[in-house]
Design a protein around this ligand. Structure first.
Ligand code: UDP
Length: 410
């Protein structure tokens, strides 16, 4: 009998298991896939750590989370600075003075603010209730009080129509499969807007990629914890039910369950399916040293079918690694130049696909609340993580909630 049966060997499950082990509890992790680390899984191919389920760049403002996670890996100094390619025009992200300068041929923050204000006024004044009779002061007051109701209005309020049209509209529609008017505004608030020349994508005190990849980091977290791979929990529960087991949810193996899979799947989609976005990666190994000169290039027009291209080696400054962790030297690199790129295609999730992003619009959030009410009644089962809590968590937030939950468990 284990204290905890943990379903899923991703970040939430691994952090929780590690913490409980420190407290002298016993944990068994079961994982549906044939590897640990969930969607942060990286694999070494041609000397390059490939982010198999999409780019993961660790960033946090939470010192406690940073101090915790850096026990399990050394983090490099990678700073995310994606580039946007709009029909061959190249812009820096996030939205900052480099972007504004290239877009409008301007130089000062004042000019940039004026441009945004002008475009915002033109696009949104009707919605804000501005009339031709209003004085400039009154019009400004109304615009300032205007509450954007969706992603489109939020984006235009923040950075105006030119940037919205070239860098947001097409990309967001591809990423979410919905028009920006039907998406919640919080999604775009993830990105900073800066009136300084600074291409750092995140407003975070701490940022980096674990040297040696995420899989090694999760392996360290899981040291001394039993993990069984390729075990489908929900299938096992069904079997136990059929056998007449008294506590099928724990598979008769543990006192408590920590479930990190999709919450709607746990309940057999009994209230209907929550919506997720899935991602398909088209990965290619190329016989060249450097394909695009940056780890992340977003294709922000609506026509290019993929959202972005990731060139994995740039997460580690183009360094390549041998299996033993030693670096390729110059001759080795020159003798066999290689780079690996992944084109990322976004799609609506359907049963059998991997869910990546919860679609946190009003309808889905309302359905989630109903599942959450069911979950609260489920004795001895903890639901955690991006899928278990149906929240667009970043890695640091997942670690934070897992640490907090473990602390409460005592
Ligand atoms: N976004 C955009 N253009 C870009 C990059 C991002 O419009 O070039 C928007 C898009 O709606 C996306 C959101 O910003 O869903 C959040 O982007 P983030 O990079 O945080 O997404 P993730 O890396 O989690 O996929």
């Amino acid at each position: 009998m284990y204290d905890y049966l943990i379903v899923g060997a991703g970040l939430y499950g691994a952090v929780f298991a590690h913490e409980m082990k420190q407290k002298g509890k016993t944990c068994l992790i079961i994982e549906k896939r044939d590897h640990i680390a969930g969607n942060v899984y990286t694999a070494l191919e041609n000397g390059i750590h490939v982010h198999k389920y999409g780019a993961h760049i660790f960033h946090t403002n939470d010192r406690k989370v940073w101090n915790f996670i850096t026990q399990f890996a050394e983090f490099n100094r990678y700073t995310n600075s994606p580039v946007a390619n709009y029909k061959g025009e190249i812009y820096n992200l996030p939205f900052n003075m480099n972007t504004f300068s290239k877009m409008w041929g301007i130089f000062t923050p004042e000019e940039a603010r004026a441009k945004i204000e002008e475009q915002k006024m033109k696009a949104l004044s009707d919605l804000a209730g501005v009339t031709p009779e209003d004085s400039p002061g009154e019009a400004k007051r109304k615009m300032d009080a205007f509450e954007p109701a969706n992603l489109e209005e939020q984006a235009i309020s923040l950075i105006g129509t030119d940037i919205y049209e070239k860098l947001i509209n097409g990309y967001t529609q591809k990423q979410w499969g919905r028009p920006c008017t039907e998406l919640p505004s919080f999604i775009i608030k993830r990105l900073p807007v800066r009136f300084i020349y600074d291409n750092n994508y995140f407003n975070a005190l701490f940022q980096g990629i674990p040297t040696g990849g995420y899989t090694q980091m999760v392996e360290k977290l899981l040291e001394g914890i039993e993990v069984r791979l390729s075990v489908d929990y929900l299938e096992e529960v069904k079997k136990k039910k059929a056998e007449g087991c008294e506590s099928p949810q724990t598979l008769g193996l543990a006192k408590k369950v920590v479930y990190t899979g999709p919450i709607d799947a746990y309940f057999g989609y009994s209230l209907g399916a929550l919506q997720y976005r899935s991602v398909r990666f088209d990965t290619e190994t190329l016989d060249m040293d450097n394909f695009q000169g940056n780890a992340v290039v977003n294709y922000t027009d609506a026509e290019t079918p993929f959202t972005r291209i990731i060139e994995h080696k740039h997460f580690e400054f183009a360094q390549r690694y041998h299996e033993d962790g030693s670096l390729f030297n110059e001759e080795e690199n020159a003798a066999d130049p290689k780079t690996i790129i992944s084109r990322e295609y976004s799609a609506e999730w359907k049963q059998g696909d991997e869910p990546y992003y919860p679609v946190n619009d009003d309808a889905n959030n309302a359905l989630y609340e109903k599942y959450k009410a069911l979950a609260e009644k489920e004795e001895n089962v903890i639901f955690g993580g991006r899928l278990g809590e149906y929240k667009y968590y970043d890695m640091d937030q997942v670690i934070k909630v897992a640490l907090e939950k473990a602390e409460k468990e005592g």
